[in-house]
Design a binder for this molecule. Structure first.
Ligand SMILES: Nc1ncnc2c1ncn2[C@@H]1O[C@H](COP(=O)(O)OP(=O)(O)OP(=O)(O)O)[C@@H](O)[C@H]1O
Length: 650
């Protein structure tokens, strides 16, 4: 039954029609309906707001110092690179001009049967062809470098305000902004690529239009340029009518691309869990639905592109006919009757090139505008992330409720804890956790235990009350072990010193021995023998050291592996032991552990708690196991109705 139902759902979305517009479907699947519709963004290009948005994005990229420091032998900033690209494109236009003119020289040399002139023109044309080819290759290369550097500048700029305490968590919880990750990883890349291609076109082509207009005027008189300009304006109006459609459809397609990619990230990360549940059919259904929504949106982009492409191709092909109409009328009008036929042939070739190039420049502008529409679509998606980040910065007053405690203790005073949606969880909580007096927090699921930790960490703002924490070097000296532990790309050492950064803390002389000791203390020495097929090709052991001098345990600690291989290799219990190795390594004043030993047996749990306490680290635990009680001095029991019990355990 389920199988039939799910397949029907995919089919319904695939085929569209009444089903997916029904009230019931919309109520049940608001996200799918939202993803199937393009946002009401009209007139993306030629719209001042859109141009301003793009301008803001470009400003961020050009003001950044980042692109100048990425070397690969090219430690040149975006500004100079763009200037070089423009120069190179201008040089290419000269080469293209001579390329076009050289045909008429061939006509003259051949028709006059002038051998030496013919040889000269052959040599000239080969040289022009060579420079054209070199410049074309150079332009493509430079555009690629500019796109990569622009991506770096924009992404680093976004990272600077995205991956921040209080911000990362909040923006990802905020459902108003779809897929910030996709906007950062994909849209910035697409914007940079499109920008590098279209920017020079829009800068240089107007100058070409002026030059070839003058040349056309000289060749044909005023009627040539006038008829071509009228032709261009008609084309522009037609394209202008259709381009906004493409922009908004591109926006919607990007959004559904993000949803689809997300489904695959879940499939990859949760592969084993899905298999245990036997939920492949359900997962396939979800992946298929997002794929169908994405494809529908991509088809909408393709369909919206049809009229634009039609006008564009019509403009381009009819342009050649128009060229000969314009030039033909001049010849038929007897304007060049006094010229010998050989000169007429040369002139015909040269004039047709000039007029054709004028039309070609207009065609380029029109196609540039189509890309410009896409560019603005990407720019809008990127600036929406920036606007959200700015908004968060403005509205966030920091963790103002957290202060430094006078003695080494944690003090909660008159705390009211609510969810971000305003549901009250705990009211008027006051207690002090003194150094050495562990606290156990218990309570039924969903009553607010983790939420209280969120307030203590500064992630959620309490309705009222304050939290005082012991500080070290200006920041709270409390290490948090969240319910779900995290493993990172890199070595075992990287896992233990998390969230420390290898390159920042390696100057401290005893880092490796301390990490090794922590690892052994939590009973994970066997991981030093871990050899994975995905060993990373980055040897981080100190250079210049004779490998014979390095302790084999230390070098094993530094072998880097892919993050996925860590998740595959370690069992949940081992991951929890590794988390406790982190606590031992960092040796904080307090540790807050949210069900951090749930996968361990009582003996192992007792052993690890004792080792933490032996370091004079005070523990606040959240847990359901009865066995935890003997390891804590006090218990805070969160009760229904926003109340609590707080009492000593011994
Ligand atoms: N981001 C959020 N927005 C709104 N409500 C939330 C959010 N996160 C959690 N909640 C709600 O807050 C309540 C308390 O959640 P919390 O995670 O603190 O429970 P808990 O006591 O730790 O439960 P458990 O024992 O299952 O871990 C739950 O009803 C939960 O649905």
């Amino acid at each position: 039954m389920a199988k039939k139902g799910t397949t029907d759902e995919v089919k319904k979305i695939l085929l569209g029609g009444k089903g997916i517009k029904s009230k019931r479907f919309i109520q049940r699947n608001p996200d799918i309906v939202k993803n199937l519709s393009a946002p009401p963004i009209k007139k993306f290009w030629l719209n001042i707001k859109g141009i301003k948005t793009l301008n803001n994005v470009a400003k961020v990229a050009y003001r950044s110092r980042e692109p100048g420091v990425v070397t690969n032998g090219l430690n040149v900033g975006l500004g100079p690179l763009t200037a070089i690209l423009i120069l190179s494109k201008v040089a290419y236009e000269f080469a293209a001009y001579f390329n076009g003119i050289v045909t008429s020289k061939f006509y003259l040399a051949i028709l006059y049967q002038d051998r030496s002139q013919f040889n000269f023109v052959v040599l000239q044309s080969v040289l022009i062809m060579l420079s054209t080819v070199i410049l074309l290759a150079l332009n493509t290369t430079l555009s690629g470098v500019i796109a990569a550097k622009m991506r770096l500048a924009l992404t680093r700029y976004t990272h600077d305000s995205y991956i921040l305490p209080l911000v990362l968590n909040k923006i990802n919880m905020n459902k108003e902004l779809d897929n910030p990750d996709q906007r950062i990883t994909q849209d910035i890349d697409k914007l940079s690529q499109t920008y590098a291609n279209v920017m020079t076109v829009l800068i240089i082509t107007p100058a070409l239009v002026v030059y070839y207009t003058v040349r056309t005027w000289i060749t044909t008189g005023s009627y040539g340029p006038i008829s071509i300009y009228v032709y261009f304006i008609v084309g522009l109006i037609a394209i202008n009518a259709f381009t906004p459609l493409v922009s908004s459809k591109v926006f919607a397609a990007e959004r559904s691309e993000g949803v689809f990619r997300n489904q695959h990230v879940i499939l990859r990360d949760q592969a084993e869990t899905i298999s245990f549940y036997g939920a492949e059919e359900k997962s396939k259904n979800e992946a298929d639905i997002s794929l169908v929504v994405l494809v529908k949106n991509q088809i909408k982009v393709a369909l919206a592109t049809f009229p634009v492409q039609f006008v564009y191709q019509f403009f381009s092909y009819f342009g050649s006919i128009l060229t000969y109409i314009v030039i033909g009328l001049r010849f038929l009008g007897g304007y060049y009757d006094n010229l010998p036929p050989e000169d007429k042939a040369g002139l015909l070739s040269q004039s047709s090139f000039i007029i054709m190039y004028l039309i070609f420049s207009f065609t380029t502008i029109i196609s540039g505008f189509t890309d410009f529409g896409k560019l603005i679509g990407y720019a809008v998606r990127i600036t929406q992330v920036w606007e959200q980040l700015d908004e968060l910065k403005k509205t966030s007053k920091g963790a103002y409720w957290i202060e430094e405690s006078r003695n080494d203790s944690i003090e909660l005073s008159s705390l009211d804890v609510s969810t971000p949606t305003g549901v009250k969880l705990i009211t008027n909580l006051s207690l002090t956790v003194l150094k050495g007096e562990n606290l156990l927090i218990t309570g039924k699921n969903g009553l607010g235990k983790t939420s209280l930790l969120r307030v203590i960490k500064g992630l959620w703002c309490p309705t009222t009350g304050t939290v005082a924490l012991p500080f070290k070097n200006g920041s709270p000296d409390v290490y948090f072990l969240p319910q779900l532990s995290i493993l990172v790309q890199g070595s075992l050492l990287d896992q233990i010193i998390y969230p420390g950064n290898f390159y920042n803390i390696m100057d401290t002389p005893d880092v490796t021995p301390r990490a090794l000791e922590a690892l052994k203390t939590v009973g994970l020495s066997h991981l030093l023998k871990y050899k994975s097929t995905t060993e990373l090709n980055l040897n981080v052991s100190e250079e210049g050291k004779d490998s014979a001098d390095i302790d084999p345990d230390v070098s094993a600690l530094e072998v880097r592996h892919d993050v996925a291989s860590w998740y595959e290799q370690l069992s949940p219990g081992e991951i929890q032991r590794l988390s406790i190795a982190r606590v031992l390594f960092w040796n904080p004043n307090f540790v807050v552990m949210d069900e951090s030993t749930s996968s361990l047996d009582e003996v192992a749990e007792y052993d690890l708690y004792s080792k933490i306490m032996a370091r004079n680290i005070t523990i606040i635990s959240v847990g359901h196991k009865k066995s935890l009680e003997r390891l804590h001095k006090h218990k805070l029991e969160i009760l229904e109705g926003c109340s609590y019990n707080y009492y000593p355990l011994y």
